[in-house]
Design a protein around this ligand. Structure first.
Ligand code: FMN
Length: 199
């Protein structure tokens, strides 16, 4: 497989950067060139055949990632794009695609709603549609070939006091490293091919 991919990510505490590196390493095994950069360092996509965008859920997809896709929507609509999301919670409402975009879901992340016919307030905030649709809406005209949803990492010791309070008392997140490297690598192995099949 030949071609150049830009993998650009947003992060709050750094764990999504490690996911980005793992995805890049996996894709590179099949011969493609992958450049990994934080979104804050990226101004354009010239020289790349495809783009991967990644970021954590931080009450919605990372604010920097949302701004990035809105700012670059026109350019991103002209190249093959894939996205990934890291989070510690997910209400898996069972969709395998949203807005025509196929989803790959880490089997260890979250679980089904208690009562599929009537989601609780928290389940509505953490369901697939609540995570994915706002991104597709922001990235107007961009149709990712795939969106991967993976467990992230929650480490209270690296959070600023405000984030600590929010996660501890509002999200009530349990500290831990929930990254499922098998699921991440499996997605990476297939998404590289999907992105570069026309390159
Ligand atoms: C302030 C804050 C808000 C968060 N909000 C959510 C959320 O709404 N839903 C969720 O599943 N995870 C949430 N998380 C967990 C993060 O998505 C998870 O820890 C992620 O792996 C962090 O990635 P990072 O290390 O790249 O910042 C939140 C974490 C923080 C610090």
């Amino acid at each position: 497989m030949t071609g150049k991919i830009l993998l650009t990510y947003a992060t709050m505490s750094g764990s999504t950067a490690e996911v980005a590196d793992a995805i890049a390493r996996k894709i590179q095994e099949s011969g493609a060139e992958v450049t990994v950069r934080p979104m804050t360092d990226v101004t354009d996509f010239s020289g790349y055949d495809a783009v991967i965008l990644g970021g954590p859920m931080v009450v919605g997809w990372h604010r920097g990632a949302m701004k990035f896709v809105a700012r670059h929507a026109a350019a991103l609509s002209k190249v093959p794009v894939a996205c990934f999301i890291t989070s510690i919670e997910l209400t898996n409402t069972g969709e395998d695609a949203i807005g025509g975009v196929p989803l790959t879901i880490d089997p260890n992340l979250g679980g089904p709603p208690k009562n599929p016919g009537k989601l609780s307030f928290k389940e509505k905030q953490t369901c697939l549609d609540a995570y994915v649709s706002p991104i597709l809406k922001k990235a107007s005209g961009v149709k990712p070939v795939s969106i991967g949803l993976f467990g992230g990492k929650l480490d209270y010791s690296v959070l600023n006091p405000l984030a600590w309070l929010f996660v501890r008392f509002i999200i009530r997140g349990k500290a831990g490293d929930y990254r499922n490297w098998d699921a991440i690598n499996a997605w990476a192995a297939s998404v590289g091919d999907q992105l570069l099949s026309g390159a």
